[in-house]
Design a protein. Structure first.
Length: 256
């Protein structure tokens, strides 16, 4: 046994990941997100896996998607221009859906400096929705908005740049690009209009197969660092915890 997948409820992950890491024949673990419910538990997992020399990856599938990998590349190339702000809408709890939101923003824009909660409200799942803001080290402002999954399950992102805006809807299945053009009535003003000359693939691909291929490459020594690391999960859990416990209009600085 070289590889173990853990797809159980998140409250069981700590014990099961540590048990797997200590198994003499396990060299890699692929764990459902979130890996744990506190930064202390993630640190414990990290310590054990380092000691046992076991690779551990977290199933944040968007990191393994063709679409989001292409968006990350275009951000690095300033394809959208300088980023004005990002809007991320989720609907089923800060642990369940919010961890995806925070982790994807870390993947695309780097580490956060601070978070600030807006509304914190019950959606009937013992996992409240929390909207608010997250400010990144690179100067990008992220806004989180929440719907209610009981009405409709929503996962949307809008990235507003100085030159272009990209909108991802229907959990990544619908992608629209907008570019700035001169307003027909106000020639000294620019506005965003639909743009149909996408120069990169917006297919989701098969993220799970991509993740498995990466695990094989790690085990074969072709890679040394995973795309979805425990270190990034630690930042995700810290950020979601700080946002969840922050008071309205009170910024919570993320410490590392």
């Amino acid at each position: 046994m070289l590889f173990r997948s853990i797809c159980t409820p998140h409250n069981l992950h700590l014990e099961q990941v540590i048990e797997a890491a200590r198994h003499p024949s396990v060299r890699a673990i692929f764990c459902e997100k979130p890996m744990a419910l506190s930064s202390q538990d993630v640190n414990l997992i990290l310590d054990v896996c380092r000691k046992e020399k076991v690779f551990v990856l977290v199933n944040y599938w968007m990191r393994y998607s063709i679409l989001y990998r292409n968006i990350k590349s275009r951000l690095q190339e300033n394809y959208f221009g300088s980023i004005d702000y990002v809007l991320y809408t989720y609907s089923k709890g800060i642990i369940n859906s919010g961890s995806h939101a925070i982790n994807l923003m870390i993947y695309l824009f780097g580490r956060p400096l601070w978070v600030q909660a807006g509304c914190n409200y019950d959606i009937g799942t013992n996992d409240n929705n929390v909207d608010g803001m997250m400010y990144m080290e690179n100067g990008t402002m992220i806004h989180f908005a929440c719907g209610d999954w009981r009405n409709h399950f929503t996962t949307d992102q809008q990235i507003y740049g100085s030159d272009k805006m990209i909108r991802i809807e229907e959990n990544g299945r619908l992608v629209s690009l907008y570019s700035k053009k001169i307003h027909p009535l106000f020639p000294d003003t620019m506005e965003l209009n639909p743009c149909f000359d996408l120069t990169f693939s917006t297919e989701l691909g098969n993220p799970m197969l991509t993740a498995i291929d990466e695990i094989i490459s790690l085990l074969d020594g072709e890679l040394s660092i995973a795309t979805s690391t425990v270190e990034d999960e630690l930042v995700t859990i810290k950020t979601s915890s700080e946002e969840h416990t922050s008071e309205l209009q009170s910024r919570q600085v993320i410490s590392y």
